[in-house]
Design a protein around this ligand. Structure first.
Ligand SMILES: CSC[C@H]1O[C@H](OP(=O)(O)O)[C@H](O)[C@@H]1O
Ligand SMILES: Nc1ncnc2[nH]cnc12
Length: 286
């Protein structure tokens, strides 16, 4: 039974979802280990949603410690078809000001050694990732920003860095020279895994700082990020709520069949254990 159709992953500063009714909690074990926290299930704007605090409630997990596979797998177990990710990001361009929302449509990977696939252990798959986020979710986010009356910019490149330290000035300037828009530490692996799980995914990136590249301006600090998040938390929750309300029920995007031609391995050669582990993701292609 589908327990939730829309998943919300709350990042730094968003550890619960205001406005949820009929709330209950569910802890989910996965073949990939434990998710960041228990899922908070409930109704929002008449839709069934599942909320997960990415770093755990109390912000206990470093970006490098996040079990992205368990988080996305558990969303699939709940029946989630679309994930709305909410994240704090640094701005790499003058025009993206603290409190603006950016809706990235591209990523650059600056992480090291993170696991960003469900595959391996006897099964090989290569999924398309040229358009790493779902266009329907991005446009729903953009319309929700307009409805709420906040700046919400569609498109842009999110640099996903390893952290936990913030960037050096040389790195920050390098990413600027690449034309990137925002920087964070968490969203790329989520987007990859959601694609492999055929779950639509997009990020509402809340600009909290100018990282460390801007001359005559203080370098980013955590208290600066937290202060902007507090200032913006109400708007973030409003945009998420309006997005949930407006999200189309049916899915017609390419995310729904992303894995159709992705699996290379001869089905007969897939080890039984691996097949069992991935059944929920792949049963329609087995
Ligand atoms: C709070 S400072 C850096 C921290 O904030 C962002 O987290 P999230 O994406 O979960 O909002 C960034 O990626 C870092 O993990
Ligand atoms: N400047 C920054 N760098 C990396 N992650 C961030 N999250 C918020 N601001 C950030």
């Amino acid at each position: 039974m589908q327990k939730a159709e829309i998943g919300i992953i709350g990042g730094s500063g968003l550890y619960s979802m205001p406005g949820l009714t009929n709330i209950r909690e569910e802890s989910i074990e996965t073949p990939f280990g434990e998710p960041s926290d228990a899922f908070v299930l409930g109704d929002l704007e008449g839709r069934k949603v599942a909320f997960l605090a990415r770093h755990g409630r109390g912000h206990r997990l470093l970006p490098s410690e996040l079990n992205f596979r368990a988080n996305i797998y558990a969303m699939k177990v709940l029946g989630v078809e679309r994930i709305l990710s909410v994240s704090a990001v640094g701005s790499l361009k003058e025009e993206h000001k603290p409190t603006d929302f950016v809706l990235p449509d591209q990523f650059i990977d600056r992480t090291f050694g993170r696991v960003g696939t469900f595959f391996g252990d006897g099964i090989v798959a290569h999924v398309g990732f040229g358009d790493p986020v779902c266009g329907t979710v991005v446009s729903t986010f953009a319309e929700a920003c307009a409805e709420v009356g906040v700046v919400g910019k569609s498109g842009g490149t999110y640099v996903c860095m390893e952290g936990p330290q913030f960037s050096t000035r040389a790195e920050s300037n390098l990413y600027r020279s690449w034309g990137a828009d925002v920087i964070g530490m968490t969203n790329l692996q989520e987007a990859k895994l959601a694609r492999e799980a055929e779950i639509c995914y997009a990020t509402m990136a809340m600009v909290t700082d100018y990282d460390c590249w801007r001359e005559g301006h203080d370098d980013v600090t955590v208290d600066q990020i937290v202060a902007v998040m507090h200032q913006n938390a109400e708007n973030a929750a409003k945009v998420v709520k309006a997005s949930v309300a407006a999200m189309p029920v049916e899915r017609t995007c390419a995310c729904t069949t992303a894995m159709k031609y992705a699996i290379l391995t001869d089905r007969k050669a897939i080890p039984e254990k691996t097949r069992e582990k991935l059944e929920i993701l792949l049963n329609k292609y087995m």
